[in-house]
Design a protein around this ligand. Structure first.
Ligand code: MLT
Length: 398
């Protein structure tokens, strides 16, 4: 008789953003005359840049001719894109080797898939609140999860403490959903902790392109990190690839861990084995466009879009400044994370915003218990919608 993975019984019924979409669609069906503004899921609204589009067209042409047509590609990604990622890291003074770069269809998939590499008895440390994929994928695997409290008091950047036990540590910086980012000194403390305890940091850098100060873009800017960290990143937010799908995962060659019989295994080799078995790579057309996107001109164009979203973030933050409402993020991040007014719970506040002003955000509770009284808005909307949403919030909270 089939035995199902009963760990799924421990998941919430819906993935957070499916729940938000369901509730929003129900409202739209019941109130077709009320225009909705969506600042919930962090989905971009600006189209792909010129350089990316030109490359997509060129790559489509390559597929039309026998001489340049591509079938199966290397599972880890084409060298031209892996090298483009190596060059991108050089801009932040980080040296990585092409062999350490694995092209993916986005950070979401790989932050979940990476769990294939680890034994069942690890203690997994996950910040609360954080991007729900880390928790959900570890619940699916029936792993031993411990949470570390991120809250107002620690500025949503929790740190190691005496007696902390953790084999796998998830860090997302700049953080989704709070927008808080770890400083260089703080990340050094985490790296030292991981080295001392022989643990592994899974570092999600999906929002690095929003950093505007000395905050590290990569965990590999920190000395020793190549011995204790894997990094995930994505072109979703950097270059508007949410629908185009391309990301990359850096698995350093130095990540070698002992097995129970005393031999050694390289996580880079294991990930290669895993990917070659379970993944056939990102489409050539997309990888070709991604390489063009990561060129100097491509990144320059992306930065214009990022500046646009950052101005949206400033506009959103201004209403909370005006109202004296505590908020985080909006600076090195496209997210504004604010305290729900009058102690409201976040799903109640979600319904309140939806019903009263038809603005959709993301309830903090969806990212963990510590988000219960917080709410997230994204800066990825159009300028017009962002201004309109802010005007509606201004009136609602007056
Ligand atoms: C979010 O809104 O948290 C993100 O867009 C989700 C994602 O990147 O998968």
């Amino acid at each position: 008789m089939l035995q199902i993975n009963e760990n799924y019984l421990n998941l919430k019924q819906n993935y957070l953003f499916s729940e938000v979409a369901q509730r929003t669609n129900k409202y739209i069906n019941e109130h077709p005359d009320k225009p909705i503004i969506r600042l919930g899921i962090g989905d971009v609204t600006k189209p792909l840049t010129k350089k990316t589009i030109e490359a997509l067209h060129d790559a489509a042409d390559h597929m039309s001719k026998t001489e340049t047509f591509k079938g199966y590609g290397p599972e880890q990604g084409y060298d031209f894109l892996r090298n483009a990622v190596v060059d991108y890291y050089k801009k932040n003074n980080v040296d990585i080797e092409m062999k350490e770069v694995f092209i993916s269809d986005g950070a979401k998939s790989d932050t979940g898939n990476i769990t294939d590499l680890f034994g069942p008895d690890n203690i997994v440390l996950i910040p609360d609140p954080v991007y729900p994929v880390y928790m959900d994928t570890n619940i699916m695997n029936g792993r031993n999860i411990r949470f570390m409290d991120a809250n107002k008091e620690n500025g949503f950047t929790p740190m190691p403490y005496d007696g902390l036990e953790a084999d796998i540590i998830y860090i997302c910086s700049p953080n989704n959903p709070t927008g808080a980012a770890y400083t260089r000194e703080q990340l050094k403390v985490w790296v030292d902790f991981a080295l001392e305890h022989n643990s592994l940091i899974l570092f999600d850098a999906a929002y690095e392109c929003f950093i505007e100060d000395d905050t590290p873009h990569s965990i590999f800017e920190i000395e020793g990190a190549k011995k204790c960290a894997i990094e995930f990143c994505s072109l979703s937010k950097t270059a508007g690839f949410t629908g185009t799908r391309c990301g990359y995962t850096i698995v350093p060659l130095e990540l070698v861990f002992k097995t129970s019989n005393g031999s050694e295994m390289s996580l880079n080799s294991m990930w290669t084995r895993r990917q070659t078995t379970k993944f056939n790579g990102v489409p050539y057309v997309i990888q070709y466009a991604a390489a063009a996107t990561l060129s100097e001109e491509g990144i320059k164009e992306c930065k214009e879009n990022i500046a646009y979203y950052k101005e949206n973030a400033r506009i959103i933050a201004s209403v909370f400044e005006k109202k004296g409402i505590t908020y985080f993020g909006g600076k090195n991040s496209p997210y504004i994370w604010f305290e729900c007014p009058n102690g409201m719970e976040s799903w109640d506040f979600f319904d309140y915003m939806l019903n009263e002003i038809q603005v959709v955000g993301t309830p903090g509770a969806g990212f963990g218990a510590n988000g219960n009284n917080f709410f997230r808005l994204t800066a990825f909307g159009s300028r017009e919608n962002t201004i309109e949403a802010v005007n509606r919030i201004d009136k609602l909270l007056s």
